[in-house]
Design a protein around this ligand. Structure first.
Ligand SMILES: [Zn+2]
Length: 244
């Protein structure tokens, strides 16, 4: 986990914990908890995160690889704010770097931003599609960076990657604010994967939870999962508060 990114999101009011003991909405137990909703209503927070997500994809003179995407694509709804800010940040860095016409020609006139939306198929399955007018043609023959907010199992990311490829785009990488499912570039089948925050979100059945077995105190803050209700039914189990 990147301490810098973690400090940044907690300064914006996000809550990120690891090495504790939580009950999730699903009833499963686990050591980590994260909620990044507060950045979504703070444009400057989103802007800072977009700049960080853009970092590996800006012109080489400003940093390392210099592989600049033509398009940023993300899954609606959660990914849109982050993807848009990332595209904006790359555009800003191109403009700052390529200050003469010859240099400017090497970069996209404007890094575009598209999003994919969930759609139900006839058999009730949910898939991602890039369906808005003019979106899919933006990807054709272009280098595309896929951006996510929180990457769990990678299902929505895989869905966006598939859409981009179906539209004729080349996925050059995936960038997300939080990875909590152990994703890697290899697992995602892309050349590059970056997570600003990488947090291990192991989940256990309540009945066989190893954290319960070691009697790790249950977090019972109201805003951090369902530990309070669980603790009420397990009155001899140790509890703790993290926020007050
Ligand atoms: Zn437990």
């Amino acid at each position: 986990m990147s301490d810098e990114a973690l400090e940044m999101v907690t300064n914006y009011g996000c809550r990120v914990f690891d090495g504790e003991h939580f009950v999730y909405k699903s009833g499963m137990h686990g050591p980590a908890y994260i909620n990044v909703d507060p950045v979504l209503y703070q444009p400057w927070a989103l802007y800072s995160i977009g700049r960080k997500l853009a970092e590996p994809y800006i012109p080489a003179g400003l940093r390392s690889s210099g592989v600049v995407p033509d398009v940023v694509a993300d899954p609606a709804v959660g990914g849109i704010s982050f993807g848009l800010m990332t595209a904006l940040a790359i555009n800003e860095r191109i403009d700052a770097f390529a200050t003469n016409p010859t240099m400017r020609e090497q970069y996209p006139e404007q890094v575009m931003h598209v999003f994919a939306e969930k759609q139900k198929t006839n058999n009730g399955q949910e898939i991602f599609v890039i369906s808005r007018t003019g979106f899919a043609p933006q990807c054709k023959g272009k280098k595309v960076l896929v951006v996510e907010d929180i990457l769990n199992s990678g299902v929505s990311t895989a869905g966006v990657i598939e859409c981009v490829r179906a539209a004729g785009g080349e996925v050059i990488g995936v960038a997300c604010l939080v990875s909590r499912g152990g994703a890697t570039a290899e697992l995602l089948g892309v050349p590059r994967f970056d997570a600003l925050i990488d947090i291990n979100m192991l989940q256990y059945d309540a009945a066989t939870c190893p954290l319960c077995a070691e009697r790790r105190p249950m977090v019972v803050d109201d805003s951090l999962g369902k530990g309070k209700g669980w603790a009420e039914k397990h009155s001899d189990y140790p509890t703790k508060f993290l926020l007050n």
